[in-house]
Design a protein around this ligand. Structure first.
Ligand code: BJW
Length: 246
C-alpha cells in the first residue's frame, strides 16, 4: 500500500463511506467464491441453479444447491475473518457513517458486528413466501412442499436470494448512499455482475474517490482511483487502521 496515494483518499471526518463487498471477503472464512478457478460456477451452471426459470423447472435441484450451502454456512468452522471484523470496527469508530452493501448471502458481516448493512442479493438464512411475500428466518433445509408459517399455504417457499434477471434489493437506498458518499470502497468482488459492478462508475461521475481491495484487478479496475492488492484478511484491517488514524 503506498501511503502517499492513500493520503489522497482522506474523506471528511463526518462523511459517509460506502463499502461494497463480494465473495472474496468470505473466502478466507471457508466459503467459496463464484468465478475463481475452484469457484461455485466451476461446479454448477448458473442456468441450472441461479435463475427463477431453473427454480420453476427443477425446484428440488435448486433447493438442494442452497440447502448444501446453508448447511455449510452454519458449520462450526465458518466464522468471520479479520476483514469482516475490521469493517465492523470501522462502523464503530469512524466519526461519520459507514454503510456496507454486500452481494454476499452469508451472515458473516452480522456475526462480526456490522449493523448498517444491505444484503442486495438476499440472505441464505431467510426464505420468502411467493404467496404472501413474507420473509422468514430459515436455518433448516427447504423443500417445495413446505408450508409458509405466515399464510399456511404450501409450495410457495423459495430461498430469499436474488437470481439473474431479478431486481436486487434496496436499490433506492443504495443509490441515495452512493450519491452522497465521500469514499467508495469495493472489497473481494470480480466486477462481473450488474448493477453492483456499475457502482464505481456512478461514484466516479461525481468525482468521489474510490478504492478497490482485491486479490487481483476486477473487470472494472480502471474505474477506481486507487487499488490495494492482496488477501482481504490482511489488506482490509491495514486499510481500516490507516483510515482511523487520520
Ligand atoms: C479475494 C480473495 C481474498 C478471492 N481476498 N479477494 C446480459 C444478459 C442478461 C443479464 C444481464 C446482461 N447484462 C447485465 C445483466 C444483468 C445481470 C448481470 O450482471 N449479468 C452479468 C453476468 C452479465 N444482473 C442481474 O441479472 C441482476 N439483476 C438485475 O440486473 O436486475 C435488473 C433487471 C431486472 C429484470 C430484468 C433485467 C434487469 C441480478 C444479479 C443476481 C446475482 N446473483 C448471484 C447469486 C446470488 C445467490 C447466491 O449466492 O447463490 O450473486 S450470482 C453471484 O455473483 C452472486 C454474487 O453476489 C455475484 C457477484 O459475485 P462476486 O461477489 O463478485 O464473486 P466472484 O467470485 O465473481 O469474485 C470474487 C473476487 O474475490 C475475485 O475477484 C477474486 O480475485 C477475489 N478474491 N479470494 C480478496 N482472499
Amino acid at each position: 500500500m503506498r501511503s502517499s496515494a492513500l493520503e489522497e483518499l482522506r474523506p471528511d471526518a463526518g462523511s459517509l463511506i460506502v463499502v461494497l463487498t463480494g465473495a472474496g471477503i468470505s473466502k478466507e472464512s471457508g466459503l467459496d467464491t463464484f468465478r475463481d478457478a475452484d469457484g461455485i460456477w466451476s461446479k454448477v451452471r448458473i442456468e441450472d441453479v441461479a435463475t427463477y426459470e431453473a427454480f420453476v423447472r427443477d425446484p428440488r435441484r435448486v433447493h438442494a444447491f442452497y440447502n448444501e450451502r446453508r448447511r455449510g454456512l452454519l458449520g462450526a468452522n465458518i466464522r468471520p475473518n479479520a476483514a469482516h471484523l475490521a469493517l465492523a470496527r470501522l462502523e464503530r469508530e469512524w466519526p461519520g457513517e459507514v454503510l456496507v452493501v454486500t452481494q454476499n448471502i452469508d451472515d458473516l458481516h452480522e456475526r462480526a458486528g456490522t449493523t448498517k448493512l444491505i444484503h442486495m442479493h438476499g440472505e441464505l438464512l431467510k426464505a420468502e413466501c411467493e404467496h404472501c411475500r413474507s420473509i422468514l428466518v430459515w436455518r433448516e433445509d427447504m423443500s417445495r412442499d413446505m408450508r409458509c408459517d405466515v399464510c399456511g399455504r404450501a409450495a410457495g417457499l423459495r430461498p430469499h436470494v436474488v437470481w439473474f434477471g431479478e431486481m436486487p434489493l434496496e436499490m433506492d437506498r443504495i443509490g441515495e448512499a452512493l450519491d452522497r458518499c465521500g469514499l467508495f470502497v469495493s472489497i473481494g468482488t470480480s466486477g462481473n455482475v450488474y448493477p453492483a459492478a456499475g457502482f464505481v462508475s456512478e461514484t466516479r461521475a461525481r468525482g468521489t474517490p474510490s478504492v478497490e481491495l482485491n486479490l487481483e484487478p476486477s473487470e472494472g479496475a480502471s474505474s477506481f482511483s486507487h487499488a490495494i492488492r492482496g488477501r482481504a484478511s490482511e489488506i482490509v484491517p491495514a486499510f481500516v487502521d490507516d483510515l482511523l488514524k487520520r
